[in-house]
Design a protein around this ligand. Structure first.
Ligand code: SF4
Length: 283
């Protein structure tokens, strides 16, 4: 099991998913700004090298983050956490990953990407006997541009739009555009951010199944690209490859908006552990 989870981490950090890579190639083909084309060309080269040589596409291999849908009838429930931690240690050494887990008081690096509550593991019980794990190694530069807004209900969706656009303009090139935006609306402060991060697991181009939300995703994507921030913040047509919105019901007095920014290194992979011990890994 640990081998398969290491394989998923390797896949995530060395191979950008095809949906994301084709969106980057499309942006390159449609770009007429010379500097933006240069930046997109370099990103495409980094992705090609990562895939060909099986090396990470970016030196910041991120904080290893797992979303676990834990089938309550799986015989492996008690072991999964240990496997995830062990796989993170082994991946750090074998791939290798950059050690990115430091103590908050001393700044001391654990050296193996593990530590207090790291790797980050989000658990969700699910019916059935399978365990599905989503691997999302999340870069620090883009994570630093994530944010929360506790809007008033009167501000509503127009407030979401204003918050997202103003925040992204302030961030400029810091999150390494072209970016993918995960936006969570509703729940509470914590849940809005969790929804926003989970939204990043959807493929680029995959719309929210609720047509009303899908329409807002498409409109916001157009507006983000009109900012002209462009690849690496140096101008151009493509600032974002996609916008993903997930929603939950909210308190009548609250309108929480979580924004999680993902860079062009949109790393993800999936593992499914079946009850007989067979494992699938895919992207
Ligand atoms: S934000 Fe993304 S692309 Fe930029 S340095 Fe961090 S991981 Fe790499």
């Amino acid at each position: 099991m640990v081998d398969s989870i290491v394989e998923a981490i390797l896949l995530a950090v060395t191979k950008i998913p095809e949906d994301t890579f084709s969106a980057i190639r499309k942006a390159y083909a449609e770009e007429d700004n010379e500097i933006a084309r240069f930046n997109l060309g370099n990103i495409i080269k980094a992705i090609d090298i990562g895939f060909a040589d099986r090396v990470p596409v970016c030196q910041d291999t991120g904080t290893v983050t797992f979303f676990v849908e834990a089938g309550v009838e799986s015989p492996f429930l008690g072991e999964v956490k240990d496997w995830l931690i062990e796989a993170t240690r082994r991946a750090t050494e074998e791939i290798p990953l950059r050690p990115n887990a430091v103590d908050v008081l001393t700044g001391r690096n654990s050296g193996d990407n593990t530590g207090r509550d790291v790797p980050l593991i989000h658990w969700e019980p699910a019916p059935g006997d399978r365990i599905r794990i989503a691997v999302l190694p999340k870069g620090g530069g883009s994570e630093n541009c994530s944010a929360l807004a506790m809007l008033t209900p009167a501000e509503g969706w127009e407030g979401v739009r204003r918050f997202v656009l103003e925040h992204l303009k302030a961030c400029g090139g810091k999150p390494c555009p072209p970016i993918i935006l995960g936006i969570g609306v509703g729940g509470g402060a914590d849940y809005a951010l969790l929804l926003a991060k989970k939204a990043l697991l959807r493929k680029v181009g995959e719309r929210n199944p609720d047509g009303r939300i899908a329409k807002i995703e498409e409109e916001l994507l157009v507006e983000v690209n009109k900012t002209g921030i462009g690849p690496m913040g140096m101008g151009g047509r493509t600032t974002a490859l996609d916008v993903k919105i997930e929603v939950a019901h909210r308190h009548p007095a609250s309108f929480p908006v979580g924004l999680v920014v993902q860079c062009w290194a949109n790393r993800r992979a999936f593992v499914e552990i079946k009850p007989d011990g067979r494992v699938d890994v895919w992207q």
